[in-house]
Design a binder for this molecule. Structure first.
Ligand SMILES: [Mn+2]
Length: 245
């Protein structure tokens, strides 16, 4: 007898139209991110940048965001759910953006971390470890692994070697009409990823008093592999910004 599918399992699998909406939302968010990077200057506040993000979305005809944009500078990047504050950007800061928007009710989600000027050794190490964790998780998916907890573990066990207990959230989640939907990448998750679902992969390292790094892409689960839906580069060379005063 075939297993009865539950509503969240049906909802997780996106048809062409649904996927097109998610991709459209992501492409708009990428335009917003590129614009925002050009607007950064030392002394600008997180709130000012968050407001520019919202304005730019409106100029693209988007009125509903996936969630309020996260903009954090310096030590604030260690706070996973930081709310934009009056903190000013200064040379040597880590910069974190986490935002997305909706198109026809379908959400996008993306996080990028940048350095305002050359990173120090620790900043660089933390960034590269996060990227490596992400790479391991995506390679697992590419190899055909569909058990959420095994994919979560591939990133988590790597990060735990050097940054024990600093990765305090799940590796990712399903995305659709709701920003966090089934399935979930978590250590105790029993979820099996269905073909056609869209997942985020978002490892992070958060060190109080120092700062944090998180990088998040959206991935389409295909029959034998996956397709990365996020087009913004994340290699170290591309995320070091020249600090403009
Ligand atoms: Mn997310």
């Amino acid at each position: 007898m075939q297993k009865v599918k539950l509503i969240h399992e049906i909802r997780a699998v996106k048809n062409k139209k649904e996927l097109a909406n998610i991709v459209r939302a992501q492409r708009i968010s990428e335009k917003v991110l590129r614009y925002i990077i050009g607007e950064l200057k030392s002394g600008i506040t997180e709130i000012q940048i968050a407001n520019l993000i919202k304005k730019k979305y409106i100029s693209h005809g988007v009125n509903v965001l996936s969630f309020p944009p996260i903009v954090s500078f310096g030590k604030n990047t260690a706070n996973i759910h930081h709310e934009p504050s009056k903190t000013k950007l200064k040379k040597g800061d880590i910069i974190m953006f986490d935002f997305g928007c909706t198109v026809n009710h379908y959400c996008s989600d993306m996080t990028r971390t940048y350095f305002w000027g050359d990173p120090n050794i620790k900043q660089k190490k933390v960034y590269l470890a996060t990227l490596e964790a992400m790479d391991r998780a995506i390679k697992k998916i590419e190899s055909g692994e569909r058990r959420a907890k095994i994919i979560d573990k591939s990133a988590r066990s790597f990060l735990a070697k050097k940054y024990k207990n600093n990765f305090q959230h799940g590796l990712g989640h399903g995305v659709g009409t709701v920003i966090h939907e089934w399935p979930n990448f978590k250590p105790k998750s029993e979820d099996i990823l269905p073909t056609g679902c869209v997942m985020t992969v978002e490892p992070g390292i958060y060190i109080k008093g120092f700062g944090g790094v998180r990088v998040e892409d959206m991935i389409l689960i295909t029959q034998k592999s996956c397709k990365n839906l996020t087009k913004i580069p994340k290699n170290l060379q591309k995320i070091i910004l020249n600090p403009i005063i």
